[in-house]
Design a protein around this ligand. Structure first.
Ligand code: 1GP
Length: 247
């Protein structure tokens, strides 16, 4: 459990961690490699590669292999489907979209993808992936019955169920580029119910929001769109610094 141990060690040193999401279909190999190096320098703890719109497995494999050479922090796959399982990454958010209405995204894609996770030697991080709100790609593609933003207790009930099922990670996902991020109140309520590693992402792009989510109990924040839309590394560094120290 190398990556899981690494993340736990990181959490002993920092209050919360920054994960940067690279969508292999948005940035090309060269841009992705540079981005990965830059965000490692400013203190990101892991690079996630994937997303619900990334379906070109060949391109993703090339991007993963390419970035791997330039960085020391782990590459964690963030698959939207079986096509998100590629070689050369360190780990994979082996996720069940627990609030999907389609059993494919709860257990079937997992069964189809598992043999390759083993074959490629990827460390599976057992993750409950919970889609909050509506209207995003993750919500649509994953056929999610989005948990309303103002219903934190429902998210907490899913997180508790995830814990009882043995999952060690919960990912509260507002969706890439979401207009509103998951509320600190929801994070707090889930934190109360769930003992494992709590990831929060979707629509996070400023220091204040990031701090409030970390203060509410998030262990890691995922940021993708902010950089895709031209956000600066120095601003991301401010976010990284703020969440690593705030408590
Ligand atoms: C999406 O949670 C991640 O899956 C990141 O969201 O792209 O909005 O930063 P953003």
């Amino acid at each position: 459990n190398k990556v899981e141990e690494f993340l736990k060690l990181e959490l002993k040193k920092k209050n919360a961690l920054l994960f940067v999401l690279i969508d292999s279909e948005v940035s090309n190999l060269e841009a992705s490699s540079k981005l990965a190096k830059d965000v490692e320098k400013i203190g990101a703890s892991a690079i996630l590669v994937g997303g619900s719109s990334a379906t070109d497995q060949i391109e993703m494999a090339q991007v993963v292999k390419g970035i791997k050479q330039g960085i020391k922090i782990p590459i964690i796959l963030f698959p939207g489907n079986v096509t998100g399982v590629v070689p050369d990454a360190d780990a994979i958010l082996f996720s069940s979209l627990m609030n999907s209405e389609n059993p494919y995204f709860i257990t079937q894609a997992q069964a189809l993808g598992a043999p390759n996770v083993l074959k490629f030697g990827l460390e599976p991080l057992p993750t409950a992936y919970l889609v909050i709100g509506e209207g995003t790609s993750a919500w649509f593609v994953g056929a999610a019955r989005g948990i309303p933003f103002e219903k934190p207790k429902i998210a907490a009930a899913y997180a508790l169920a995830a814990q009882f099922l043995g999952m060690r990670f919960v990912y509260l996902e507002a969706g890439s580029g979401a207009k509103s991020n998951v509320t600190p109140e929801m994070v707090k309520t889930v934190r109360h119910a769930f003992n494992g590693f709590l990831i929060v992402g979707g629509g996070i792009k400023d220091v204040k929001t990031a701090e409030s989510l970390v203060n509410a109990g998030a262990d890691a924040l995922v940021i993708g769109t902010f950089l895709e839309k031209g956000g600066s590394i120095s601003k991301l560094e401010e976010i990284a610094k703020a969440i690593q120290r705030s408590k």
